[in-house]
Design a protein around this ligand. Structure first.
Ligand SMILES: Nc1ncnc2c1ncn2[C@@H]1O[C@H](COP(=O)(O)OP(=O)(O)OP(=O)(O)O)[C@@H](O)[C@H]1O
Ligand SMILES: [Mg+2]
Length: 476
């Protein structure tokens, strides 16, 4: 017979009166297993409660590669939610030392559940903790997946400007030597001070001008022919840099009249190098600016520099969100904005609202399969700010529409590269809008597309807003 005080150490039995503990002890069957043995296996259906009396068990899970979930050394009962809800074990339990265990058959478990109030309360507490743990794990997984996706998109966005910057700087380093040689050549051929000033002026004018791509190759070849006719070395090499900055034969003709062929060669070489380098440096600066812009948008998207609640302009939040999602929208989504700029700033959790826009926009992009129109409208409606995000995707069927804000409701069962959809995007959005800001969120949809409408009180969170509001959202 199992010691009653041992059973009383187990959480779900802790409040049982002595006679119930004795009843229980009569119905459990004790058994032993050796280190390394599996006690119960992930995916098997539960037909009894498994009780650890002495020894050590480790729980492992196969999702995401076999990994340890938890280790148990104190008396503990396993399988309460599985027996209650008739669902398979979520983990495998293996003995890491020799163990003394016991088994309570399902029938006895259910009998105790219906006849003993303190036991049913304890089971209810276990179930509630289990659901909370499950939801927390799913939320964390969903946040991580969203973060991973965002980071991958941003990395991709930064890749082009970053590599332009790196290769531009490498080019500049190489060409600086050539520039020095060109400058020395000017001195060697005794180009006068007055002529150097004129060359400088030509470069300054060229630097301020961009000729644009139209007819560039025609201008290049005309200039290259002109330079070749005057004996300038490597005309095909210098002509592109000069033509790109609007330098034409007419600008160079007065120089050619006054300089010897060797001086002209040195002068053209120098001008072309300076203009070329300026061009490359301008491109690199543009790349750096683009990286700076992305980082700035990312910082304000996540409100990295600020406290959790701030006075925000809703439009900035929406625009920052669209900016960090450029990677997903740029392939085929046209974005139209109809913003009511007279909307006052509102007191809100800025980064959380950005998560709301992200979830809605992400769903819209997925629904349109990357091709379509995303229309964003803002306006004032009494004491509320209204944001509407519309897509012209296939729409949400009426019977699905009433479930979209429920946790784990999803129609996307196919595996994405970043993992399966959890059906949490709109549920989290609902909690942020309704419970955190006292606003409303709803959707209407037909075969022409879907509109999500978010309203937020202009005067800040309404008094009745609370964290544990109704979870399913209204349908407009
Ligand atoms: N704009 C839309 N067009 C069509 N269906 C939509 C749209 N927005 C949401 N849905 C439907 O609502 C469901 C729930 O959306 P939700 O964002 O909560 O979950 P999910 O996108 O499936 O998964 P997750 O966001 O967790 O990756 C979606 O699976 C989809 O069926
Ligand atoms: Mg989603």
């Amino acid at each position: 017979m199992i010691e009653l005080d041992r059973l009383a150490q187990i959480r779900i039995f802790a409040d049982l009166p002595q006679d119930r503990l004795a009843w229980l002890s009569d119905r459990v069957s004790e058994f032993s297993i050796a280190a390394g043995d599996v006690v119960l296996r992930e995916g098997d259906m539960a037909t009894s409660l498994t009780i650890l009396l002495d020894g050590e068990l480790v729980a492992t899970q196969s999702a995401g590669g076999e990994h340890d979930v938890e280790r148990y050394v104190r008396p503990e009962a396993f399988g309460t939610p599985c027996v209650m809800a008739s669902i398979p074990y979520p983990v495998t339990l293996t003995a890491t030392r020799d163990c003394r265990l016991a088994r309570l058959p399902e029938a006895a478990f259910r009998e105790l559940f219906v006849s003993c109030g303190s036991f049913s309360q304890a089971v209810a507490r276990v179930m509630s903790d289990w659901l909370t743990a499950l939801e927390t794990a799913a939320l964390n997984r969903s946040r991580l997946a969203a973060l991973g996706k965002l980071a991958a998109g941003l990395a991709h966005e930064m890749n082009n400007p970053a590599s332009a910057l790196t290769s531009g700087l490498a080019y500049v380093r190489r060409e600086l030597d050539a520039l020095e040689a060109s400058a020395l050549a000017l001195g060697r051929h005794a180009v006068s001070k007055e002529m150097l000033d004129r060359l400088g002026a030509l470069v300054a004018r060229g630097a301020a001008e961009t000729a644009g791509p139209v007819c560039q190759s025609e201008r290049e070849s005309r200039l290259a022919d002109w330079l070749a006719a005057r004996g300038v070395s490597q005309p095909w090499r210098v002509a592109p840099a000069l033509a790109a900055r609007g330098v034409a034969p007419d600008d160079l003709a007065p120089l050619a009249d006054e300089l010897s062929p060797a001086q002209l060669d040195a002068a053209i070489g120098w001008i072309a190098r300076v203009l070329d380098l300026r061009c490359v440096v301008d491109d690199a600066a543009q790349g750096a600016q683009r990286i700076f812009d992305i980082v700035a948008a990312m910082k304000s998207y996540s409100f990295m520099d600020q406290g959790p609640q701030q006075e925000i302009d809703l439009h900035d939040g929406i625009d920052n969100t669209l900016m960090v999602m450029t990677h997903e929208t740029q392939r085929g989504i046209a974005i139209t904005r109809a913003y009511d700029r007279s909307l006052p700033r509102i007191q809100a959790y800025g980064s959380e609202l950005n998560q709301v826009w992200t979830s809605i926009v992400e769903n819209a992009i997925e629904a349109m399969d990357g091709q379509g129109t995303l229309a964003i409208r803002t306006r004032r409606d009494g004491d509320d700010a209204v944001v509407e995000i519309a897509d012209n995707g296939p729409g949400i069927p009426p019977d699905a529409l009433e479930h979209v804000f429920e946790p784990f409701y999803t129609s996307k069962y196919a595996l994405h590269a970043h993992g399966p959809s959890l059906g949490l995007g709109l549920h989290i959005a609902y909690r942020i809008v309704v419970n955190r800001h006292g606003g409303t969120i709803g959707a209407r949809s037909d075969a022409n597309g879907t509109v999500f409408r978010v309203t937020l009180p202009l005067a800040g969170r309404r008094a009745e807003a609370h964290e544990n509001g109704r979870l399913a959202g209204p349908v407009l």
